[in-house]
Ligand binder design. Structure first.
Ligand SMILES: OC[C@H]1O[C@](O)(CO)[C@@H](O)[C@@H]1O
Length: 708
């Protein structure tokens, strides 16, 4: 209070302006006289002194003076206002001004708060700019690292492409393809001794029941013995995937020989035991054995073959089939084993490939891919590779397998259901299945099973027809051999297109020759030449490519299940053609081959549009072909624990997608709890020590398994 009075006096003594109307009075009334406020706001009692009283008196006088001045001022102003004509207008204007002043004050306040917000934002932006700069630098580093990685993998691939055929690799291939030879042999072996087997059935029936077996019943029994082989094949082919995962590729093949030996023995002992049921059962068992072989052998070969030889070595599958077929044709002629006494030996000879494989295969290594990716036995895989490559430098192969493993999200194996439901695997599965269909629905087995009848019906004598049939077998072997080196040079897709195209043209020629053979004599030769050419083109592509490409289209996890489905389809189509062709021939007569021409045209278009080239591509690259067509797979490199830098790098590597890389996905791959399908972003990486660079593989869509 005392201070306030002093200040007021000082102000007046200094000749200050007329004080505002409200302030001195307000100040005086703020605090009661007997109370004063000290520093810190604490209230204390106040006792006035004489000096204070004098000051107060002075102050009161000055206040009185001021009040009178103010009242004079006021009354002067009021008079002015009352005198003025525009008193009302002025009041209104003052009110308006006051309102505007209030609004102005409000806007100033809001401006103030906006300014402080902007200030805050600017600080945040600055921080973000710093982060962006940092991220930019990191991306630059990452880019350099990716370039280096790419260079490294390019060099690795070049080295992989330089690998050669070693003695041990050839030995392992030879031991394995005995299974495919078994398949070819048993496919053809039943044709030549057809009449002898029918006679045997009649004799047994007569001995058993004392009456003659009707020709129709004999034919039915014989056709059961022929076709039950394919039923066994379907069963074996379908179980191939499961066996391959459970016992390994080599393990499965070794076990399968038990079936081979049993089936061959049953067939071989059919005559001695006077029991044609044994023949039927034996054919079924050997069918299961061959079905398993068609699944396991191509899988084993594609997994042990070096990248640059995979096509050629895959063709050895079909080479073995054709050799088996030719062997059965040659041994089945009347001069050798195609007789009443010889046929059980002919059928029983199927024991030879099984025993030979049992002897040769144990020395071969298990598939290194199976050991490393499916079993995670790295040392064993390394040992197997060292033997197959005849070198201690196998790190390139190991790295390539690891890359395949990463690309398939570390899935050791994928069930049949998962395979069928996976959107990513749908495309390769469809291609695999259509490729198998293109082999069987091309009509090749119509030629094989019924070539002799076809030739005689187009005018050749029985004798020449038999030799023409054998010629087909020989041409098939020769042409498959010719196609072998082309597979890794020309490429699978190109050869398949040539093969299907040629078959299409010659299937038309076959139909033409059937149609005009009655008019022109030499047309019978046109039918033989057309059929031989048909077979030549089959050997160029559709004979071998479906076997090898199905194994190539899939990585380690889904490969066994995919092979099982594709092989099942192959056997089913084989069965349908075998069973259906006689009826088709009866119905369509000279136009019998026309449906095959239509199928061939469809398969050609499909191959042209959908089948990718797999020549010289690693399994990881093939996998990426399908992922990229469906979504995208990228590899980026992140630092340490990931975070913003890795996320930004990932986002930068998927231009246009805009997906965010969430580090939460990391646990996904570790736990591997599988969910089906779905579009999502998935991340996996290799662990690196000491916070160094890490490789992230991520797919933006259609991943097989979602993990959380
Ligand atoms: O070589 C002809 C043979 O090849 C196969 O297509 C298997 O690859 C068999 O179905 C056919 O009898």
């Amino acid at each position: 209070m005392r201070q306030s009075c002093h200040r007021l006096l000082e102000h007046q003594q200094a000749g200050g302006e007329e004080p505002p109307l409200y302030s001195p009075i307000d100040q005086i009334s703020v605090v009661p006289e007997h109370v004063a406020r000290e520093g810190g706001g604490k209230l204390t009692r106040y006792a006035p002194t004489e000096e204070d009283e004098a000051t107060l008196r002075e102050l009161l006088l000055s206040l009185q003076r001021q009040v009178s001045v103010m009242s004079m001022n006021l009354s002067a102003k009021l008079d002015d206002l009352q005198r003025g004509d525009r008193q009302l207008e002025t009041t209104v204007a003052l009110c308006e001004i006051r309102t505007q002043l209030q609004e102005l004050t409000k806007s100033v306040e809001s401006c103030q708060s906006e300014v402080s917000e902007v200030k805050r934002d600017m600080v945040a932006i600055k921080q973000e700019l710093d982060t962006v700069q940092q991220v930019k630098e990191e991306i630059e580093e990452l880019r350099e690292y990716v370039d280096r990685l790419e260079e490294h993998s390019q060099r690795r691939k070049l080295r992989l492409l330089e690998q050669g055929l070693t003695f041990f690799l050839s030995y392992a291939i030879l031991a394995a393809v005995l299974g495919m030879l078994q398949f070819g042999y048993n496919t053809g072996v039943i044709n030549a001794p057809g009449k002898n087997i029918a006679n045997f059935m009649k004799d047994v029936y007569k001995n058993r029941y004392g009456m003659d077996l009707h020709d129709d019943t004999v034919n039915r029994l014989y056709s059961i013995a022929v076709s039950i082989f394919a039923i066994g094949g379907m069963l074996g082919g379908f179980s191939g995937g499961m066996i391959a995962n459970r016992f390994g590729r080599k393990g499965g093949l070794l076990l399968n020989n038990i079936l081979g030996i049993s089936g061959a023995s049953l067939m071989g002992f059919t005559k001695i035991s006077h029991c044609y049921e044994l023949l039927i059962f034996g054919r079924f068992i050997i069918g299961v054995n061959c079905g398993l072989n068609t699944s396991l052998v191509p899988m084993y070969i594609s997994e042990i073959a070096p990248l640059n030889l995979r096509g050629g070595l895959g063709t050895v599958n079909q080479l073995a089939v054709t050799v088996g077929l030719l062997l059965s044709q040659v041994l089945g002629i009347e001069q050798i084993l195609g007789t009443d006494d010889g046929w059980p030996i002919l059928l029983g000879l199927a024991i030879c490939p099984a025993i030979l494989q049992l002897i040769l295969l144990p020395a071969c290594p298990e598939s290194p891919r199976y050991l490393l990716i499916t079993r995670q036995w790295e040392e064993e895989a390394r040992r197997a590779l060292r033997r197959l490559r005849a070198s201690n430098q196998v790190e390139e192969d190991i790295e390539e397998m690891r890359a395949e493993e990463r690309a398939q999200q570390a899935e050791a194996s994928i069930s049949m259901r998962e395979l069928l439901c996976s959107p990513t695997l749908r495309a390769p599965l469809l291609i695999g299945v259509v490729m198998q269909l293109s082999q069987q629905l091309s009509g090749i087995n119509a030629v094989f099973y019924y070539s002799t009848i076809l030739f005689t019906s187009s005018g050749l004598t029985d004798e020449s027809a038999k030799f023409a049939t054998m010629g087909i077998g020989a041409i098939m072997v020769g042409m498959t051999l010719v196609s072998l080196p082309l597979m890794d040079r020309t490429g699978r897709r190109t050869l398949h297109l040539y093969g299907l195209g040629g078959m299409f043209i010659f299937s038309i020629f076959i139909t033409i020759s059937f149609l005009i053979k009655e008019m022109i004599d030499w047309m019978s030769y046109l039918s033989v030449v057309s059929t031989l050419s048909f077979v030549v083109f089959f050997a160029v592509g559709p004979g071998s490519i479906p076997w090898l490409i199905t194994a190539e289209l899939f990585s380690q996890g889904p490969r066994p299940s995919a092979m099982a489905i594709a092989v099942l389809v192959n056997w089913m189509a084989n069965f349908v053609v075998g069973i259906g062709f006689p009826t088709m021939k009866a119905l369509l007569e000279n136009y019998t081959f026309l449906p095959f021409s239509v199928f061939l045209a469809i398969f050609w278009i499909f191959t042209y549009k959908k089948v990718p080239e797999t020549k010289n591509k690693t399994f990881e690259e093939i996998l990426a072909l399908f992922r990229n067509s469906n979504g995208s797979v990228r590899t980026v490199v992140g630092w340490g624990r990931g975070g913003a830098a890795a996320a930004a790098a990932a986002a930068a590597a998927v231009p246009g997608h805009g997906q965010r890389l969430t580090m939460g996905d990391r646990c996904a791959c570790a736990t591997r709890r599988a969910h089906q399908g779905g579009r999502q972003l998935l991340v996996s990486w290799t662990e690196a020590t000491g916070g160094g660079p890490r490789i992230y593989h991520y797919h933006t869509t259609n991943v097989l398994n979602r993990c959380d």
